[in-house]
Design a protein around this ligand. Structure first.
Ligand code: HMG
Ligand code: MG
Length: 298
């Protein structure tokens, strides 16, 4: 069966904008986040407290956090290490995400660490966040395939998921960073995670739409029992450290499907589409979302 309600974890301001060549001014990012909240999104990933040389697009994290402190939504931020956590806590972050990799190649490219080295780096971060009563999401990238290593064994994804939960992460977001998953693979991974004692209510899914499979994969996960779905307004996004990663599942495409299924999200698709059209004008290129295009041509 399908859930009555889905929580959308909006990643446009972070996963979307981190991959844009253009540097978007903090004031525009802040307006984007305000508009997403007004469209009904209740979890909006705002930015990352990473090294500014690694992701210059998000170097304005401090300034942005001050501009959105009045937003009525959960505003998680990415944090790779204690330095990042301290920066986030100083700005009042109440929710963070660490970001692990199922593969050695991506751990090296994204974090300059081995898989184990990255988990060691996260351990004190998660402990300190929990002490401060801050919620922690654990992203797991390359859950299905990796641009350097090819298909990723399910056992590898399950084992790193287990370790993230054991260190204290509240939720795991299963990332198909380069968008190579198909529904059969999704079903098999979720079933294997369940067999390993990881329940669907600890899981979220994070699909990229490289092969046009993001929505089919999401529906498969919902049928399985997952109720938290990552998506990016207008389909913005990718990943600067993973070649062949294209945009995330577009939030509008997701909401269009969920509305049709009578599944509640709290999102007003008209206001959301208007926001993505506005953002696309700023970025100087049209949204890749089919739903945004269809609704804005009406
Ligand atoms: P490193 O070079 O190994 O860093 O990078 P280090 O620990 O050796 O420190 C070097 C310098 O960086 C030091 O400064 C530190 O203070 C500074 P120096 O003494 O040389 O002047 N530094 C920092 N400065 C500010 N904020 C910090 C910070 N940490 C260290 N937090 C590091 C290691 C983790 C820092 C680096 O690799 C990094 O920032 N990586 C982030 C990459 C990233 O953000 N990638 C995108 C997000 S993941 C993603 O998109 C996937 C996802 O969407 C899911 C999916 O689709 O799969 C989540
Ligand atoms: Mg991503």
């Amino acid at each position: 069966g399908l859930p009555a309600r889905v929580r959308i974890h909006e990643v446009g301001p972070r996963d979307g904008l981190q991959n844009e060549k253009a540097l978007v001014p903090a004031a525009i990012k802040a307006e984007f986040i305000h508009r997403l909240a007004e469209a009904g999104l209740t979890t909006i990933e705002a930015t990352s407290f990473v090294h500014p040389k690694w992701v210059p697009q998000l170097a304005d994290a401090e300034e942005l956090m001050r501009l959105i402190d009045d937003v009525d939504a959960r505003l998680p931020v990415l944090v790779p290490n204690e330095r990042g956590l301290d920066r986030a806590l100083a700005l009042g972050a109440r929710e963070i995400a660490v970001f692990a990799s199922a593969t050695e190649s991506f751990a090296k490219a994204n974090l300059n660490r081995t898989v184990d080295g990255a988990l060691e780096m996260f351990e004190p971060v998660v402990a300190k966040a929990k002490d401060a009563d801050v919620a922690v999401r654990g992203y797991l990238s390359m859950c299905f395939g990796d641009p350097w290593e090819g298909p990723v064994p399910i056992s590898q994804t399950v084992s790193v998921s287990r370790r993230l939960l054991d260190m204290g992460c509240d939720e795991i977001s299963l990332g198909d960073t380069i968008g190579v998953a198909t529904p059969g693979h999704v079903r098999e991974l979720l079933a294997t995670l369940n067999e390993a004692g990881i329940a669907d209510d600890r899981l979220a899914v994070h699909f990229h739409d490289t092969y046009g499979q993001a929505l089919a994969n999401t529906l498969t996960a919902l049928q399985h029992g997952v109720t938290t779905v990552d998506a990016s307004a207008g389909g913005l996004g990718g990943c600067p450290y993973a070649k062949s990663a294209t945009g995330n599942l577009a939030t509008e495409d997701l909401v269009w499907m969920l509305d049709g299924l009578g599944i509640e999200t709290g999102v007003d698709i008209g206001r959301l589409t208007a926001t993505s059209v506005w953002m696309a004008r700023h970025l100087g290129r049209p949204s890749p979302s089919r739903t945004v295009r269809a609704l804005s041509q009406k």
